[in-house]
Design a protein around this ligand. Structure first.
Ligand SMILES: Cc1ncc(C[n+]2csc(CCOP(=O)(O)OP(=O)(O)O)c2C)c(N)n1
Length: 797
């Protein structure tokens, strides 16, 4: 309801009644949605009933180019901006595994997790500035907040960096006039991520508009246990800007007050959009008519008085009263909208359910016909008859039941050799491929694997490692206007290891800048920027501090391509440094943690800065997220200086043989490569020849299975790693021995040499007694050869 432009009563009425229609349809969807779960057609439901009116108001303030980062209550908003139909919403509830029917996640996410598509099937960006956008929701409450910081920061960078005011970037922005709209439940404001994000946005003064839907509870826990003073608006008051100091503009408004909500959102969005003032709207007195989710009932923790109050102050009821009070429409008109909403929603539900079942039924018909043909005349017909009957008569048939029946039939007929059985086998193979695409695709898009390597070409000069990085970043910043690099001490200081020395001076504060000490939002900031077409390189100062960002890396970044089936992407590059240096929190190598929690992100573990620089160049040629872990103890080591800075590219997933040998293969990475080479020289002096392989990237790992070729030659292997036992060494072992079939070429037991299980102690002795040393490598390889040929390699100890 625009306050500014004059509109006629008819137009005004039309707008109000359209809103009334949407909120009623949304409510009916919630009511029917719950029934679908309770009747077993859908597995879980979490709905937006009670939040309808506020979301209608928010939708009015939302413009093309804007982005939402929200949570599972926002169905009304998605309906109101026209980015989700009722049928699509039900398709989500049923997990319809088809993007055409369920465009948010192709059934991969539980219902209530919203998203719009940013990327076309051919990998090109859509025109984000000309459409409404929602980043893809995740379930961990508060997890949307760090990403929101980046979505809002993008507007500031687009506005302030004139280098981005070119036609190339018009599909991402209208000169930074976009808002990042965030939504969060009142209880979830207790999360650390909320506070870190709030502070970051306040410091940076970015156009972030947060709505807190305050229904008084986090499931059953009331807000007096959640929030200081039991009131997020009061708790945030110190953030309120004043004439002298920038800060937040805070608003408070009732969830059932349609006209105040519309006014508040309009005012807040105008300020946020034009002046880039972060704003927060505390929407209180929200109700939850059906309780938290389908997993419980709110009667168990709400008093009868509270339940009655929720009925009396239901937003839709109040909107109805308001319409009648101001004679905007008649009771009959409203009744008709309400009745029609019921019908429309039922129809959408029926269509969604039928569309979801149709392909499954067809697949079952095809599969069961082949099963029957296979078992006919074999004596096994009775054994599968029950399964077939159940499959054909199931009210909500599932693909898994068909696969189980086929496998059973194939198991029973394993001694048969018929054309029908061959056809059934063929069907299963094809079906597995189709289901792989449905449920198991897009963890990576693998675009980066198609980037051709470019060799580094060298001057005669040798320089410190950090100078290679710096000169390569210089080339990157001049080649890609969309690249921004930021982190703790990355700006003015140029990084704690000078890898960005003078880059801020040369490229400006919009390109290379400092952040507060806030790892989770450094990553979230990068995700949001990348979602909006920028290419962030986000620094985590030391690998040990990645833990502070792992939640957001794991839940948000690593799952993004998978959970949207490739329709959103955030090509974030995380730059960090680690492995051995000094002390417990500056020499960690928690690689097992990283590779196990971050599937979906590439993990590059370069042995020196030239390889690291080559990874940055490769990654910028594609659009996938990655972490590059620079070897912390190598910034001041000399390396030959490449002259094709910004151009040379190290491919991912391609190991490099650093030393050829015939007795034992050492598989390793990072700074241990150098130590393995030293040990290799000492071993050679004692007539043991080692082959040293640098895996270069842990994710992906040796995509062409080349390491096994080395095992065919040496028949012995050592996996060498600074991580704890059972960490990345176990991962490498599984890859080479199981996946590559390396076990069959071994003549000696496979070995691992790792760091100790405790964190590494400080000082040179601490390092020596905590991490693998050259001597340890020597001894481990020697012990293998001692067992093989004790005459040539007698016991040392
Ligand atoms: C990090 C995390 N912890 C716990 C949960 C389980 N959980 C789901 S919703 C919820 C309550 C959230 O309450 P609130 O933020 O007030 O939102 P509401 O559901 O009331 O709209 C909880 C604890 C979760 N999803 N994520």
């Amino acid at each position: 309801m625009s306050q500014k432009k004059e509109i006629s009563f008819e137009e005004f009425k039309k707008e109000v009644l359209s809103d009334y229609r949407i909120v009623n349809e949304s409510r009916e969807a919630s009511l029917l949605g719950r029934k679908e779960v309770l009747s077993g057609k859908a597995k879980f439901g979490i709905f937006g009933d009670g939040k309808e009116i506020a979301q209608i108001a928010m939708a009015k303030a939302f413009k093309h180019g804007d982005f939402r980062a929200g949570y599972y209550r926002d169905q009304t908003f998605m309906f109101a901006i026209g980015e989700l139909s009722l049928q699509e919403w039900f398709a989500g509830l049923y997990a319809h595994a088809d993007l055409a029917a369920e465009p948010t996640s192709a059934g991969r996410q539980m219902g209530g997790h919203y998203s719009t598509q940013s990327v076309n099937a051919d990998g090109t960006w859509k025109n984000l500035a000309a459409k409404y956008n929602s980043s893809s929701d995740i379930s961990p409450t508060g997890g949307q907040m760090p990403r929101l910081v980046g979505l809002a920061l993008a507007s500031k960078l687009f506005r302030e960096n004139k280098g981005l005011h070119t036609p190339e970037f018009e599909k991402f922005t209208n000169k930074g006039n976009e808002i990042g709209f965030g939504t969060i439940g009142d209880a979830s404001t207790s999360e650390g991520l909320f506070w870190e994000s709030i502070n970051a946005a306040g410091v940076m003064q970015i156009p972030m508009l947060i709505s807190v839907w305050d229904d008084g509870y986090g499931i059953s826990v009331p807000k007096k246990y959640q929030t200081t003073k039991g009131d997020i608006y009061e708790a945030l008051k110190g953030m309120q800007r004043d004439k002298k100091t920038p800060g937040y503009e805070l608003y408070k408004v009732k969830a059932w007050d349609y006209s105040s909500l519309c006014e508040t959102y309009e005012k807040a969005a105008e300020l946020c959009r034009t002046e880039h003032v972060p704003t927060l709207i505390h929407v209180e007195e929200v109700t939850q008519p059906q309780g938290h989710s389908t997993s419980g009932s709110h009667e168990r923790y709400k008093s009868p008085e509270r339940l009655q109050w929720e009925k009396d102050f239901d937003g839709i009821r109040k909107m109805r009263e308001w319409i009648l009070k101001f004679a905007i429409a008649t009771e009959a008109e409203l009744n008709s909208i309400e009745e029609t909403a019921k019908e429309v929603v039922k129809e959408a539900r029926n269509k969604a359910w039928a569309a979801c079942l149709e392909p499954i039924k067809q697949e079952i018909a095809q599969g069961t016909a082949l099963i029957l043909a296979t078992v006919e005349g074999t004596g096994y017909a009775d054994a599968v008859a029950q399964l077939i009957t159940e499959l054909k008569s199931a009210k909500d048939p599932a693909r898994k039941d068909l696969v189980i029946a086929i496998r059973k039939a194939l198991r029973l007929t394993r001694n048969e050799n018929s054309d029908t059985r061959t056809a059934l086998l063929g069907f299963l193979k094809e079906y597995e491929e189709t289901n792989r695409e449905r449920y198991d695709s897009h963890l990576y898009t693998n675009e980066v694997l198609g980037i051709s390597p470019v060799q580094a070409q060298y001057d005669d000069e040798s320089v410190n490692g950090h100078e290679i990085l710096r000169d390569n970043f210089d080339a990157i910043l001049s080649k890609y206007p969309e690249v921004v690099i930021f982190g703790e001490d990355s700006g003015k200081l140029g990084g704690v290891n000078q890898g960005l020395e003078n880059m801020q001076k040369k490229y400006g504060e919009e390109r290379v800048f400092d952040t507060g000490i806030r790892e989770a939002t450094i990553v979230g900031q990068a995700i949001g920027l990348a979602l909006r077409g920028l290419r962030p390189i986000a620094e985590i100062q030391y690998l040990d501090y990645l833990l502070y960002a792992v939640q957001i890396l794991s839940d948000d970044l690593a799952t993004l391509a998978y959970r949207t089936k490739g329709t959103q992407r955030a090509p974030v590059i995380i730059r960090t440094r680690g492995h051995r240096l000094e002390g417990i929190w500056h020499s960690g190598s928690p690689m097992g943690m990283i590779i196990n929690s971050l599937r979906g992100i590439y993990v590059c573990v370069p042995r020196n800065m030239t390889q690291a620089a080559g990874f940055y160049n490769t990654l910028l040629s594609a659009h996938e997220p990655a972490i590059v872990i620079e070897p912390l103890n190598s910034y001041r080591l000399k390396e030959k200086r490449p002259f094709n800075m910004g151009e040379f590219k190290v491919p991912l997933g391609i190991p490099e043989v650093l030393r050829e040998g015939k007795d034992v293969t050492i598989v390793t990475y990072g700074p241990l490569c150098r130590m393995a080479e030293q040990a290799g020289q000492q071993l050679e002096a004692d007539n043991i020849s080692v082959e040293i392989i640098d895996v270069q990237t842990l994710l992906p790992f040796d995509i062409n299975h080349t390491i096994v070729e080395s095992l065919k030659k040496t028949n012995r292997v050592l996996f060498l790693d600074e991580d704890v036992k059972g960490g990345a060494s176990a991962f490498m072992m599984q890859k080479v021995l199981e996946e590559q079939g390396g076990y069959q070429y071994l003549d000696s037991a496979p070995r691992t040499l790792t760091g100790k299980d405790h964190r590494p102690a400080y000082g040179s002795d601490g390092d020596f007694f905590s991490k693998p040393s050259v001597e340890d490598i020597y001894d481990t390889v020697y012990a293998i050869m001692n067992e093989v040929d004790p005459a040539s390699h007698p016991d040392i100890y």
